[in-house]
Design a protein around this ligand. Structure first.
Ligand code: ADP
Length: 451
């Protein structure tokens, strides 16, 4: 038994839309791009077999407009929708609507998205599955008195986090009681503005941890495998900047433990398709589950490089009701991969987004270099969407080789017409502590502050 997927609508834009369309082409499956009316010149619209405009420039009226996306899938006769990341990728209602219209949502089912998407509920469920979670509130906290009591119980520092959070928004670290009121109110306000949900919860702030995440793949027949882990501790404003795989600073036994609990957790919630379990690992090797992302991640290419598995292809096969094409023992982790995100940021001016037309472009290449991007010479960067322009991925036999390949790649990467963080990123690969693999989630920010 299998489900026939002949045409897929890609409900996204930018590099991830391009990346998904490329695999669809490799698989001989027709692709449909969607775009807002200002986005008709984006690369994804040009490389797809078909393109359909779904609304005006504001994401909420186009890329986040569920009815329009479903309509586009119906009109174009698409059998399935790949949501990419961001936009509707973790929207349980959207996944449910796809079911109603008999369009396969390429991801887990809506119930799983719903429970894992709520960070407070998912922590509760993970506890039941035997996964260690960060100590904190049981779900959302409604008032200051409650937060204050929890903070006293677990001890300062604490972190206030948005229930519907993402991209590090709606987070506040609180070191002492007299900072609490301001932090609580401002986290709620930021969460309301960013997610339309001011629900916040409280966690113990784990000092100087590593962010380690495990890539899971699960088919609809109960087979669950992991594709190793990634270290995403080089962050700014709680957002990832550089990721590497495998996480060589973490002991093998600890990684094996993370794989085991991630697979147990995925089985516990009957997870299907691609997913990521995110953890903090403290200096003393304590493990704390943070959240599960029920979609493909930005940093998935580094896992593809070290395992040789095309994650998008597997996602589509799983959605076609095929069994996973490999077993756990077939997964061989080889070499070392690093990803560096290239953003239209002005690193000399508080990393403010930069817009403009790309007047000159030279993309890196050569042995061990992969660039996932959606830019081309003459492309106009729009202020309405995410500022990520490209991801440079280097792959070498060792971490040292991968760093050296990344440095060579970044030195070849020229983007003229807009400010980017290429020079800033170049410096990082020369950083002595980075080279020695001695860093944690606060390393990059403290380095910037020291400058
Ligand atoms: P988002 O969904 O907004 O990306 P996450 O929950 O994934 O938020 O956390 C993003 C980053 O914030 C983590 O990688 C980590 O650096 C930091 N962080 C989150 N929770 C904690 C915590 N309890 N202690 C220390 N750092 C944390």
């Amino acid at each position: 038994m299998s489900r026939d997927i002949k045409k897929v609508l890609v409900a996204n834009r930018g590099e991830i839309a391009v990346r998904v369309i490329r695999t669809l082409k490799d698989m001989g499956i027709k692709s449909v791009a969607v775009c807002s009316d200002v986005d008709r010149d984006s690369l994804h619209t040009r490389i797809a077999d078909e393109c359909i405009c779904i609304g005006p420039r504001n994401s909420k009226d186009s890329y986040l407009n569920k009815i329009q996306v479903i309509n586009a899938a119906i009109i174009t006769g698409s059998d399935a929708i790949h949501p990419g990341f961001g936009f509707l990728s973790e929207n349980a209602n959207f996944a449910k609507m796809c079911d109603i219209y008999n369009i396969k949502f390429i991801g887990p089912n809506s119930k799983v998205i719903d429970i894992m998407g709520n960070k407070d509920i998912s922590k509760q469920i993970m506890k039941e599955a035997g996964v260690p979670v960060v100590p904190g509130s049981d779900g959302v906290v409604d008032n200051l008195a409650e937060v204050s009591k929890i903070a006293k119980d677990i001890g300062y520092p604490i972190i206030i986090k948005a229930r519907s959070g993402g991209g590090g928004k709606g987070m506040r670290i609180v070191n002492k009681e007299n900072e609490l009121e301001h932090a609580f109110n401002s986290a709620k306000k930021e969460a309301e503005n960013a997610f339309g949900d001011d629900g916040v919860y409280v966690e113990k702030y784990i000092e100087s941890p590593r962010h380690i995440e495990v890539q899971i793949m699960a088919d609809e027949f109960g087979n669950v495998v992991h594709l190793g882990a990634r270290d995403c501790s080089i962050q700014m404003n709680h957002q990832k900047v550089i990721e590497e795989a495998p996480p060589r600073a973490i002991k093998e036994e600890l990684l094996d433990y993370l794989y085991k609990i991630s697979i147990d957790a995925a089985k516990h919630v009957k997870y299907t398709n691609a997913g990521t379990m995110e953890y903090l690992v403290s200096k003393n090797d304590e493990v704390y589950f943070m959240e599960m992302n029920t979609r493909i991640q930005v940093e998935h290419p580094i896992t593809e490089m070290i395992t040789g598995v095309d994650i998008v292809r597997e996602q589509i096969n799983i959605a076609s009701q095929k069994k996973l094409s490999f077993k756990q023992e077939d997964v061989n982790i080889k070499g070392h991969a690093i990803e560096c995100r290239i953003n239209a940021y002005d690193s000399k001016n508080s990393f403010l987004p930069s817009i403009g037309t790309i007047s000159g472009l030279n993309m890196p290449g050569g042995y061990g270099v992969r660039v996932d991007s959606s830019i081309y010479q003459g492309y106009k960067i729009l202020p309405f969407y995410d500022s990520m322009l490209a991801k440079v991925i280097s792959f070498g036999n060792s971490r040292e080789e991968s760093i050296s390949i990344m440095k060579r790649a970044l030195s070849e990467f020229i983007i003229e017409g807009v400010e980017t963080n290429i020079d800033f990123n170049k410096e990082l690969f020369d950083d002595e502590n980075f080279k020695k693999n001695q860093y944690d989630t606060s390393y990059l920010e403290s380095k910037i502050e020291r400058r």
